[in-house]
Design a protein around this ligand. Structure first.
Ligand SMILES: C[S@@+](CC[C@H](N)C(=O)[O-])C[C@H]1O[C@@H](n2cnc3c(N)ncnc32)[C@H](O)[C@@H]1O
Length: 388
């Protein structure tokens, strides 16, 4: 099934966070994408219309999936406007649909990306006016059609976004505690850590449970978009409902029983309530155990765990972040021997207070904030807490 008449070779682009490109490329290969290529914060690949639906529904580490429409070189703003206007936008947007334009450009091409977006919008509207005498409206909230333009060194690639709202909006997180981690980031951390959905997983400071939800979905093979009702491609005039339903149902048929145990702790009762609600939204409340508990007073009790966690990182929330990270390290060394642990934090210097030798350090960005994702192994021993 052809992707779009203007995109005969089936090229697509999946965007992701910096540092997640390889895990996204791997996900795409496993899902059946062709010609997978790693780029900066994105991966390009080839597929057909059915694959576009599958990628949107199943990928855990993609933020959006777009289809390139056309590309061109330009020397000045006037040339840019004319090139955008010369595309027949009436074939993509219906007059009663709303649209929005987002532009990412380097300084050499446009000093003001907001202006570049307005210029693109004007060119689309003027194309409509010339061809039909009417124009579609811009929709800032929930637009039907999203256009994305990437500009570098006076070369522009114009894309049609097939996802609509970003794919981290999975639809299960109705509750969000202080500083929740992004769903795509959580899924990417799980994949980067090397946990493949087998073996006990623990998030000992789980907040609203994002890492728990993503880990449980991965281990049960639940598609990332299981709770999501809308995608941008549903507003396209080539939307094939029957094909979409076939793709969706086939992915749902591959859901399996959880082959491992997943646990969460948090010291805050509100966080526990929210994590339980988010898990319930995925019908996973009976599969994942969430316990109100101070991690610093916990003990693995001879079990070994795979720990993935984003501990509190903001000095405004936790006054003594240095000593908290030190205590996390002591708890791991003394009571989680035989386990391994991964922590993400923008407090890169404070992470050293954990006091364990890292096996691996990975540089990431959460939006514009640089972070480190650090893995540790605690070797087996016999120390246990003395309980009264
Ligand atoms: C950055 S938030 C985690 C956010 C979470 N990943 C989410 O997506 O919602 C850090 C969490 O650590 C919890 N916390 C702080 N100290 C703790 C401790 N000693 N034991 C367990 N949880 C703790 C806080 O209550 C907070 O929910």
């Amino acid at each position: 099934m052809e992707l779009l008449s203007v995109n005969e070779d089936g090229q697509m682009l999946a965007k992701t966070f910096y540092g997640m490109e390889e895990v996204l490329a791997e996900e795409l290969r496993k899902l059946g994408a062709k010609e997978v290529k790693r780029l900066n914060r994105a991966v390009s690949f080839v597929g057909d219309l059915g694959f576009l639906y599958k990628a949107n529904f199943c990928l855990r580490t993609a933020l959006s999936i777009s289809v390139p429409l056309f590309d061109f070189r330009f020397y000045n703003e006037d040339k840019y406007y004319k090139k955008v206007k010369s595309f027949d936008w009436t074939t993509l947007i219906d007059i009663d649909q709303t649209f929005i334009v987002d532009v990412v450009a380097d300084e050499a091409s446009f000093s003001n990306t907001h202006f570049a977006a307005l210029l693109t919008k004007d060119a689309i509207v003027d194309c409509f006016r010339e061809k039909t005498g009417k124009r579609p409206n811009v929709g800032k909230e929930n637009p039907d059609i999203k256009i994305f333009v990437y500009v570098k060194e006076k070369e522009a690639i114009v894309y049609l976004d097939s996802s609509g709202s970003p794919l981290f909006k999975r639809g299960y997180k109705t509750e969000a505690f202080k500083a929740p981690i992004n769903e795509v980031m959580a899924a990417g951390l799980i994949k980067l850590s090397g946990w493949h959905g087998r073996g006990n997983l623990l998030d000992p400071m789980c907040g609203s449970g994002t890492i728990l939800c993503e880990a449980a979905m991965l281990s049960c093979n639940i598609p990332a978009g299981i709770n999501r009702k809308e995608y941008g491609f549903m507003n396209w005039n080539n939307f094939d409902k029957e094909l979409w339903e076939t793709i969706r149902d086939a992915a749902i048929d591959r859901i399996q029983e959880m082959p491992c145990k997943i646990f969460g702790f948090d010291i805050d009762s509100d966080a526990i309530r929210q994590a339980k609600q988010n898990l319930a939204n995925l019908h996973l409340e009976d599969k994942v155990e969430v316990i109100e508990m101070d991690f610093l007073e916990s003990d693995a009790n001879d079990e070994s765990y795979f720990i993935i966690c984003n501990p509190p990182y903001n000095k405004r929330i936790v006054a003594d972040i240095e000593s908290l990270y030190g205590e996390i390290g002591n708890t791991l060394k003394n009571y989680y021997q035989g386990s391994s642990a991964w922590f993400i934090s923008p407090e890169t210097s404070v992470l050293k207070n954990i006091g364990l030798k890292p096996d691996k350090k990975i540089d990431l960005f959460q939006g514009k904030i640089p972070c480190k994702f650090v893995g540790y192994s605690m070797y087996a021993g016999s120390k246990k807490r003395k309980h009264n």
